[in-house]
Ligand binder design. Structure first.
Ligand code: HEM
Length: 361
């Protein structure tokens, strides 16, 4: 250890399932909110989701990362992380997973290639004590370190309700007032989007702890790193709003897509509770194994549509750090989940030409 410090079923089944999960989600939201989960921040999960969904919510969809596709496959563990964590998934072997590629934003029909951030989420061992839910984005760090500041960032980036345009002066003023956003803005300036979901690197951004049999804990971040330069393997139809989804679907017809899951181990000088600061490149990394994606489904038909990739759902052998963003995420995801699950119950599964639930049902 380098660090041991402080640190498609029948309709009624779907309805029952959503009711159950919706009630768990609202309980989780309430618990986190009333437990002061935002560590002194004044913003709540409700306010986050109100802001993220905008003035005309897309009913039945996630209030952030609304557009995505389901994928599935297995994780081939190298066993190299097993001395750091007792989580069963890190013992040598295979575990099935369900995943989702998405783009940031609240619009389920947004053009794939316009999105500033791409994402990869997955869940292994659902509904067991070994369940692990992960949601990763392309940036390696966040611009700000607290839920209040992130809320203000979202406000600064929100388009004016009348002109529908962003205000560049407001955005400039926000980042000027938050010099901690430098690493994020440097990444953003250098980032060149690839032409495939399969060719991006995805980051945990927030840090977590691994716990081993000796009772030691190690702070880590992880990233999913593509095996190959998949960009060359399938053509991208730049005229399509669903360009990235089509490209990946095409690619999966001829081959699986693989990502290594690389864990970076913090040392005592790294702050695991501040997601704005990159850890030095010299930190030890461990290759936990390979995520092998073999299949995909549209989110309306795949199981990922009804999944909440809450990053606080962790297996025994892992735990959350005190990073306040993590608590805010857990509460906001549950709030978004509760809204979309309730809407699906009310309006059914069918969608209109915009991909939204058909409210006349
Ligand atoms: C306070 C900060 C954040 C808030 C309030 C927030 C809020 C949300 C909300 C409301 C959703 C929709 C959840 C659902 O309906 O299932 C969501 C999804 C998502 N978020 Fe965040 N988020 C935050 C930070 C982050 C960070 C730091 C990351 C990356 C590490 C991230 C990655 C994702 C991903 C990948 C999804 C889509 C997961 C899926 O495919 O269902 N978020 N976020």
């Amino acid at each position: 250890m380098t660090k041991d410090k402080h640190g498609s079923d029948g309709g009624s089944l779907i309805v029952r399932k959503f009711l159950l999960v919706a009630s768990i989600a609202s309980f989780a939201t309430a618990t986190l909110y009333f437990a002061g989960a935002f560590n002194g921040d004044t913003v709540t999960a409700q306010r986050f989701v109100d802001l993220q969904q905008g003035d005309k919510p897309h009913l039945g969809f996630r209030r952030a990362h609304a557009k995505g596709m389901c994928v599935s496959g297995h994780f081939e563990s190298t066993g190299e992380l097993a001395s750091y964590s007792t989580a069963a998934i890190f013992a040598q072997g295979h575990t099935e997973f369900l995943g989702r590629f998405s783009i940031a934003g609240n619009n389920p029909t947004a053009p794939d290639l316009k999105a500033p951030v791409r994402s990869f989420a997955f869940v292994v061992n659902p509904a067991t004590s070994q369940e692990w839910r992960v949601a990763m984005n392309t940036p390696p760090v966040m611009a700000v370190a607290t839920p209040d500041a992130f809320f203000q960032q979202l406000q600064a980036l929100s388009p004016d309700p009348i002109t529908k345009q962003r205000d560049p002066e407001k955005i400039k003023a926000f980042f000027k007032a938050h010099p901690e956003s430098k690493a994020f803005n440097d990444w953003k300036a250098a980032y060149v989007p690839t032409n495939s979901f399969a060719a991006e690197r995805y980051h945990s951004i927030n840090a977590f702890y691994l716990h081993n049999e000796q009772g030691e804990k190690q702070a880590v971040r992880w990233q999913a790193v593509p095996h190959d330069d998949y960009r060359e393997l399938a053509e991208l139809d730049k005229t399509s709003a669903d360009a990235l989804q089509k490209q990946l679907a095409q690619q999966l017809k001829s081959q699986s897509v693989k990502f290594d899951l690389l864990f970076t181990l913090a040392n005592n000088s790294d702050d695991e509770n501040n997601p704005t600061i990159p850890w030095p490149m010299t930190r030890k990394t461990v290759n936990a194994g390979t995520l092998v994606i073999t299949d995909w489904r549209p989110q309306a038909q795949g199981k990922c549509g009804e999944q909440n990739f809450d990053p606080l759902v962790l297996p025994a052998g892992m735990s959350a750090t005190a990073d306040p963003i993590l608590r805010a995420r857990g509460a906001a995801y549950a709030q978004s989940y509760r809204r979309r699950a309730t809407e699906k119950l009310l309006y059914g599964q069918s969608t209109n030409s915009q991909g939204e639930p058909n409210v006349s049902n």
